[in-house]
Design a protein around this ligand. Sequence first.
Ligand code: S3P
Length: 442
Amino acid sequence: MSAGAALVVEATPRLIGHLAVPGDKSISHRAVLIGAICDGETRITGFGRSADTEATIAAVRALGIEVYEHGADTLRVFGKGLRGLTVPGRPIDCANAGTLVRLIAGLLAGQDGNTFELTGDESLSRRPMERIAEPLRRMGATVETTDGHLPLRIEGGALHGIDYALPVASAQVKSAVLLAGLYADGESTVVEPAPTRDHTERMLAAAGAPITTRPTSVTVRRAERLSLGETEVPGDFSSAAPFVVAATLVPGSELHVHGVNLNPRRTGLLDILERMGANVTVYNRRPIGDEPGGDLEIHSAPLVATTVTTAEVPRAIDELPLFALAAACARGTSVLRGAKELRAKESDRIDATVDALRAIGVRAQGRDDGFAVTGVPARPRGGRIASRGDHRLAMLAAVAGLASRDGVRIEGADVVDVSFPGFFEMLEELRRTSAVEQPDRY
Ligand code: S3P
């Protein structure tokens, strides 16, 4: 697909089948970054390949780390220890990846006496960076942003631990402080306003870092050496979510998604959908790598409206556009509050989501910190949705197309490559097999 390519997703009569989605993006970034500061080899299986995670591989290579790629989803990262990163001759390009820039900044802050520059694409360059610069400065690094944005200049320092109460619930900011804390004298403690994804904590613990987790805070102490050995990446819940919502909305559907990360700090959408009356069952619960995982069975179901508030937002942050679409097909008015952070994502996801729903004939209204959607338990009309360079919006548009009456034309569909290359191919394959499959049972 060429840059900015448009694609039409037609309505589908039902979705029936089994699928598995690529490895979790958040965990894939962390495996490469933490692997780079481990002593010796880290073998990563189930690595989620995407434009974002390729940027992370390129970034650690620029820092002198060897990464060997075996087949589609196995990597071997040859870490050089906590202080083995070398200074590249040019800025590190973080492309579209917010997780990469925020997490790597924490590592670079600890490289005492070395200076690094981080850049990114147009969208990443619009996103706020003071949120990581501020705590890293407090720890003793010199960090310069460009009016609060990229490019970012980081001079590693002799760091000391801090107690940091996160001003926003952000796993990326938490992770930046924790990674810097590996290099800091004393203890570094991050207090969260609400629990956010804890993949960094889990992986650091698996690598032998001195880390203590509590329900709303986490403390790390200076590490001497880390070793991860082998790590398996579970399927990405955020990539499974479009299929979960599609199968919920398209009548007569029965879909299984296998090997998905079911970390409770990621699966807020399942709780929201359950309240709305969705029929999603988790089975084969099992650990996958350092995370709880399992399989999902989704049957279509009629939905009713619900309200999502602040405490629930971090656990469903990347799925809130999909919640809006579910709300569009639910009886009554659904409301989202306390989600101002959506305005600081790859696009302004409040405006983008509301505009997307309106474009297919749904009644939706934006608010400063969320939206209200008045649903109708029927297929939305369909129409044209622009991705605005945001992969999650392109996926929302695709699900809207499947569940619509007349299909959806997606402008800028190719942006799905940021997190899920092959998304449209998987969707088309599912549509094709759904036409011939019979559901196991209703
Ligand atoms: C992520 C954290 C979240 C999420 C993003 C991935 C991570 O961002 O939206 O897609 O991997 O830590 P914030 O930390 O900005 O909430």
